[in-house]
Design a protein. Structure first.
Ligand code: ATP
Ligand SMILES: Nc1ccn([C@H]2C[C@H](O)[C@@H](COP(=O)(O)O)O2)c(=O)n1
Ligand code: MG
Length: 245
């Protein structure tokens, strides 16, 4: 069964000195960074209603290889959401002759996080051009800086946050056997991505858990077993998502 989590119930939430230090360093940077990201976005309009409906937003979070993308495909098939993977949008931008191409490549290779202004812009562009009003935003926000920039620029908050909670050894095993030619699917980058996940992404999950928005999914099991935990989350809010106005 799925359940809402409290801020203290994550099996993988660690408070080691290393992560606390890294997070504190990032925390002092991210307020300044998100303020400047937001100011550079002054020309981007907040999300608008479409056909009288406000967007229904789900953030899909979890460590590298926890199965976010795999489950998103099933959610789209069953519940008719539009799937926006932040990683896919960045990879597409990277190969599109964009001015950000080499910066995105280097950031992904090093397992770090691309500045929010770039990622938020890509996500909002896709949301605005979609006919759908129900969105799965996969792999975003990856940091408090991402979260604050998105909320300030879009003027929106997620309705639902899914957290795929998976042990590290299982995530490493899945990523190393993914075989999709990703430049970050190697052991060195995975180790860095896991550290970044712990230090920067868990605080975002904690933030939304305190707001009662997080649904923790045990990400160990078969794809279908995991989807059985996901389904009730969307069944419970189907009417709200449909009627959203
Ligand atoms: N429940 C599962 N059991 C075993 N393998 C799985 C399961 N779910 C997904 N996988 C496989 O694990 C790999 C990683 O899954 P997926 O790409 O969905 O993860 P992700 O969370 O989107 O990762 P990333 O953050 O790196 O994009 C894929 O090869 C996928 O087929
Ligand atoms: N909000 C995000 C999402 C992704 N990235 C970069 C860094 C990630 O390691 C990489 C791959 O993402 P994934 O496909 O694993 O979701 O993309 C980012 O910088 N910011
Ligand atoms: Mg993915």
């Amino acid at each position: 069964m799925w359940r809402k989590v409290t801020s203290t119930s994550f099996s993988s939430l660690k408070s080691s000195l290393f992560f606390t230090r890294l997070h504190l360093q990032q925390a002092s940077k991210h307020n300044a960074a998100s303020a400047s990201a937001v100011s550079r976005f002054a020309t981007i309009a907040p999300l608008q209603e479409k056909d009288g409906r406000c967007p229904f937003i789900t953030f899909v979070l979890g460590g590298p290889g926890s199965g976010k993308g795999t489950q998103c495909i099933k959610i789209v098939e069953t519940f008719g959401f539009k799937h926006l993977s932040a990683g896919d949008l960045l990879r597409r931008e990277m190969v599109s002759n964009s001015e950000y191409g080499s910066m995105i490549l280097n950031t992904i290779k090093e397992g770090r996080i691309v500045p929010s202004e770039v990622t938020v812009k890509l996500i909002l562009k896709e949301m605005e051009s979609s006919d759908n009003h129900k969105f799965l935003i996969d792999g975003f926000p990856r940091s408090e800086e991402n979260r604050i920039a998105f909320e300030k620029i879009s003027g929106a908050e997620p309705d639902v946050v899914l957290f795929f909670d998976c042990p590290e050894d299982e995530m490493v095993k899945r990523v190393l056997s993914r075989n999709q030619g990703r430049i970050d699917d190697n052991i060195d980058t995975i180790k860095k991505r896991l550290k970044v996940f712990e230090a920067l992404n868990l605080p975002v999950i904690d933030y939304y858990a305190k707001k009662g928005k997080v649904h923790r999914i045990n990400a160990v099991g078969t794809v279908d077993e995991i989807f059985e935990q996901v389904k009730p989350v969307f069944k419970a809010c189907e009417q709200k998502a449909f009627n959203r106005s």
